[in-house]
Write a protein that binds this ligand. Structure first.
Ligand SMILES: Cc1cc2nc3c(=O)[nH]c(=O)nc-3n(C[C@H](O)[C@H](O)[C@H](O)COP(=O)(O)OP(=O)(O)OC[C@H]3O[C@@H](n4cnc5c(N)ncnc54)[C@H](O)[C@@H]3O)c2cc1C
Length: 474
């Protein structure tokens, strides 16, 4: 995929901003050599970005404000970055200029048990926040499968989800307030520390999911919930993915709300089999998890098991025997993305969402897309939310156009089923061309106008979310 066409700052502006940053922040926070800047070029999207001219390692809100003020003065683009685990090119540098790395802002400033609130910096690794909350008997539910590496700043910018979103919702449901710095260097506080509050426009909600295009977060105030006392994990094994998809519909129609409802198709399961012994008769799996009080938990498990077995294509339903087995199941689930990457030379992981009742239909249409385009595919994901990671795999670069065709067809089918292009990875660069499939010209124009309110010169994370003007790919 070619990089989006963006304005590149003239060499003179780059040299001036380098000198100004060095003087203002000190050499240790300003990287300029090619070898030091290279690791900040790409994210996890498989795209090749443009080498940044300079990387700022921010250690404070003041460092962020100084960087954004100097970038604005010298008309140099800025790409905000946390851990770089994004899947759509959000943190990929497409315009050169400055990469503003926020990973060193990594302090958990407060975990307030009385008010169920945490205040953290954007570079806190999500898994570390989970552990810190759990040590206090509290729970921060959003759990992207990348939680051992991704950071809260990236999670807020992408509105990250994860397996537990079915019961607990995504990052947006937990962000109460933000400290945000905008191009030019002005720092504002949005939102609040209380759970309720309707003062003014909900600017916090606009910033969550803004993919680093409106401002740079330097502090995040998060809502917490009490840690559920008990958890149980169940596996539903099926002949094929269509039996598993039908079971998802039955669970939802029965009004059951497990905290996780994950689906793995045959090809995905085969990749997991290398790590875990799974019944050889199974061609698809549902990984289900419930939480709650002891006796309530048993009742939930019993109902869930009853609904899962009551349908076609069921091979077996088994409960995880102990915490160690549960941990093994989840570590296999978390490793899926990397395990399936080994199956081919190239892989793209899409992130579409359809209304939950349409999961079986989407799975059938994905099979038809695979047949029509002759592109190998596998599917897994958060079926409870209708959010499936459809992966296309190929070895020969000559297959590229067929993969592009398959991806376009997937997006068209998703929208036709009443769905949306992205459930958690964002639009970034990889999906920008598809935006007009889902959103009207008027809505895209409104969002472009909003962007210019925050960033009149369009210097912050250029080339992201919006399709290039005049493109015709859709
Ligand atoms: C193996 C694997 C599994 C994954 N599983 C999931 C999953 O289950 N659920 C899910 O939602 N995602 C998942 N992802 C995708 C990715 O981890 C998420 O999108 C995550 O939220 C990105 O966080 P990051 O810290 O890596 O952000 P980055 O990739 O560094 O940045 C992401 C975006 O945030 C912006 N940004 C970064 N820091 C700031 C800041 N301080 N202020 C403003 N904007 C900022 C960037 O400009 C960019 O647009 C997975 C990725 C991998 C590699």
């Amino acid at each position: 995929m070619p990089l989006p066409k963006v304005r590149i700052a003239p060499a003179r502006s780059i040299e001036q901003v380098k000198v100004a940053l060095d003087q203002a922040l000190g050499t240790s926070k300003v990287l300029v050599s090619e070898s030091a800047c290279a690791p900040y070029t790409n994210d996890d999207s498989m795209l090749e970005g443009r080498l940044p001219d300079v990387v700022v390692l921010a250690e404070s809100t003041a460092d962020v404000a100084t960087t954004l003020a100097l970038a604005d003065r010298h008309d140099v683009p800025v790409t905000p970055r946390a851990a770089g685990s994004g899947r759509t090119g959000g943190a990929m540098c497409v315009a050169g200029g400055i990469v503003l790395a926020t990973h060193a802002l990594a302090q958990i400033k407060d975990i307030d048990r009385e008010n169920l609130v945490a205040v953290v910096e954007p570079g806190v690794i999500t898994g570390k926040l989970h552990a810190a909350c759990e040590a206090e008997g509290l729970f921060y539910p959003p759990d992207p499968n990348s939680c051992d590496m991704c950071m809260i700043g990236g999670n807020v910018a992408e509105n990250a989800g994860g397996p537990r979103a079915f019961k607990y919702g995504v990052t947006r449901e937990y962000v109460l307030g933000l400290e945000v710095t905008m191009m030019g260097g002005q720092t504002l506080r949005t939102g609040r520390r209380t759970t309720k509050g309707v003062t003014g426009y909900d600017v916090t909600a606009l910033l969550v999911g803004s993919e680093g295009t409106l401002g740079v977060f330097t502090e995040v105030t998060l809502r917490l919930v009490p840690n559920p006392p008990a958890i149980a994990t169940v596996l539903g094994l099926f002949d094929d993915v269509h039996g598993a998809g039908a079971a998802v519909s039955r669970i939802i129609a029965a009004g059951l709300v497990p905290r996780c409802l994950e689906l793995l198709d045959r090809a995905t399961l085969d990749a997991v089999r290398k790590e875990l012994p799974i019944d050889p008769r199974a061609g698809a799996m549902l990984l289900l998890e419930v939480d709650g009080e002891g006796s309530g938990l048993d009742a939930q498990l019993e109902r869930l098991g009853g609904v899962v077995v009551d349908g076609p294509g069921v091979v077996d339903v088994v409960a995880a025997q102990d915490a160690a087995q549960r941990a093994r199941l989840w570590s296999a689930r978390k490793a899926l993305s990397l395990a399936t990457r080994k199956l081919a030379r190239f892989k793209i992981a899409e992130d579409v969402v359809v209304p939950r009742s349409k999961v079986p239909e989407l799975l059938a249409r994905v099979d038809r897309i695979g047949e029509a385009t002759r592109v190998r595919h596998l599917t897994y994901g958060h079926a409870g939310d209708g959010n499936l990671h459809v992966n296309f795999l190929w070895d020969d670069p000559a297959e590229g156009p067929r993969v592009e065709d398959a991806t376009l067809r997937l997006m068209q089918e998703t929208v036709a089923l009443g769905g949306t292009l992205s459930g958690e990875h964002g639009i970034g660069v990889t999906k920008a061309a598809f935006l007009p499939l889902e959103q009207s010209e008027g809505l895209i124009a409104l969002q472009r106008s909003l962007k210019r309110v925050f960033d009149p010169k369009e210097l912050l994370n250029p080339g992201k979310i919006f399709p290039a003007v005049g493109h015709r790919s859709c």
